[in-house]
Design a protein around this ligand. Structure first.
Ligand code: IMP
Length: 429
């Protein structure tokens, strides 16, 4: 049976939530493999709206939901998300939710450091979500993280805490902050331990079993390829690898398990936080995209920057992530424009570029080369087949497909699960 890996092919916020929810309803297990509660997914099922940051989208449909080792886990954020969903009638138990016991934790000291560094960074501010994601990944790689499994051995944590506190106390002193209150930290961990541990297990083993039974696994990526710590617009990126390959390393299954790579692509471009954005619009058209697309962050409420579709960036993301097919979302936001534009290349100091350069100064300087197309005035919202779409919308979608050199598998035309044009079913591919 085919598995599917869903990743964002732009700067996150491509509308992954709806597509993942739709796929999750047909999957036997859904796995988050990177990121943390910096992600924000809105799921609309009937008249219910669910907001998820950390839990895999399958949780809403009762599908086995797994947080893999590649995620950084804020246990208090997990607890409050579970409580919120339970108040909406969603049942979350160790039967339908598993958490990797080797997952690194996000602690209050990580949130502190995220904020302190951003405040001190001046013009170098990254515009993080302030959730402590970067500092937690740094501690994981620096081999001083507290992990989920440590919660069952809190009395044996002294060497780990020594390493962690030595590092953080030095940093905190530099920022004029008091040292870590070690006793308070241990007390907080003790209090949350039982809640977290009820879900903890060797997830790789559970996945091995699920896979052996022929189940369909959906790997749910967070953020987008352009926020990848290697391939994104460094340093204005998140601290994890957001590309499809992480589905394997961040869950404990091999690269031959991740299946069809579905890249989620918004019909225009948005970005939150700082960093280069070649097709950004600060005019009426940009404002219109933001208003029609309700472009405000699910996690931080920040207004998203908006711009025309950038085919160069998406072609690059699709290549880097080995995207098999894309799901094109929010086409309806483009309804009503007389003309729509697509970026097909860049000009950098007189030179034509067909890719996005690595250096942030070059990234900031590239000028987009646009192709203009006729827009459409009919509504595409709610379309469920090609026949429901105006001819110019179809031309736009076909041109996108051609320019990014990757086929369209799905077109999403509203936040509702059913409003989808299915070209190629990723699970049956
Ligand atoms: P961090 O992940 O909180 O460290 O933030 C680093 C960058 O990634 C910032 O520009 C954030 O705005 C961006 N970012 C993190 N998570 C998301 C997301 O889920 N959607 C869109 N942008 C995100």
């Amino acid at each position: 049976m085919a598995n599917v890996t869903v990743i964002g092919a732009q700067w996150g916020d491509e509308g992954k939530g709806k597509i993942v929810d739709w796929l999750a309803s047909r999957a036997d297990a859904v796995v988050r493999f990177q990121g943390g509660h910096n992600a924000g997914h809105t799921l609309v099922v009937g008249d219910q709206v669910y907001k998820l940051s950390l839990l895999p989208s399958g949780i809403v449909t009762g599908t086995l939901s797994i947080i893999g080792n590649g995620v950084v886990l804020d246990p208090w954020a997990l607890k409050s998300e579970v409580a919120k969903l339970e108040s909406q009638g969603v049942s979350i138990t160790p039967e339908n939710f598993a958490l990797a016991d080797n997952c690194a934790l996000i602690l209050p000291l990580h949130r502190d450091l995220d904020g302190l560094r951003e405040t001190a960074a001046g013009s170098g501010k990254i515009g993080t979500t302030g959730r402590g994601i970067g500092p937690a990944y740094e501690d994981k790689v620096g081999r001083r993280a507290i992990r989920v499994c440590d919660l069952s051995h809190l009395d044996k944590m002294d060497p780990q805490l020594d390493r962690l506190c030595a590092h953080h106390d030095a940093l905190r002193a530099g920022f004029g902050e008091p040292p870590v209150d070690r006793a308070a930290l241990v007390a907080e961990l003790k209090e949350i331990a039982d809640f977290v541990l009820q879900f903890a297990q060797p997830v790789w083993k559970r996945l091995k079993k699920v896979r052996k039974a022929g189940a369909r696994i959906l790997f749910e990526g967070a953020q987008g390829v352009l926020l990848d710590v290697d391939h994104g617009t460094y340093p204005f990126v998140t601290s994890s690898n957001t590309v499809s390959g992480t589905a394997a390393s961040g869950s404990g299954l091999g690269p031959n398990s991740t299946g069809f790579v579905l890249g989620i692509v918004k019909a225009y471009t948005t970005r939150v936080g700082s960093g280069p954005f070649p097709t950004e619009l600060d005019d009426e058209a940009g404002q219109r995209l933001g208003e029609r697309g309700h472009e405000f962050g699910t996690v931080t409420g920040r207004q998203r920057r908006c711009g025309w579709f950038d085919a160069v960036l998406v072609r690059q993301s699709c290549a880097i992530s080995g995207v098999t097919g894309i799901a094109l979302t929010k086409v309806d936001v483009l309804d009503g424009f007389d003309k729509v534009k697509i970026c097909t290349g860049y000009r950098l100091r007189g030179k034509i570029m067909d890719y996005f350069p690595a250096h942030s100064a070059d990234q900031a300087e590239v000028e987009p080369i646009y192709e203009e197309m006729d827009g459409w005035h009919e509504t595409t919202a709610g379309a469920r087949s090609w026949a429901d779409l105006p001819a110019n919308a179809i031309k736009y979608i076909q041109r996108v497909q051609e320019l990014i050199e990757t086929p369209v598998a799905l077109v999403s035309t509203s936040p509702q699960r059913e409003d989808t044009i299915l070209v190629r079913d990723p699970f049956l591919d």
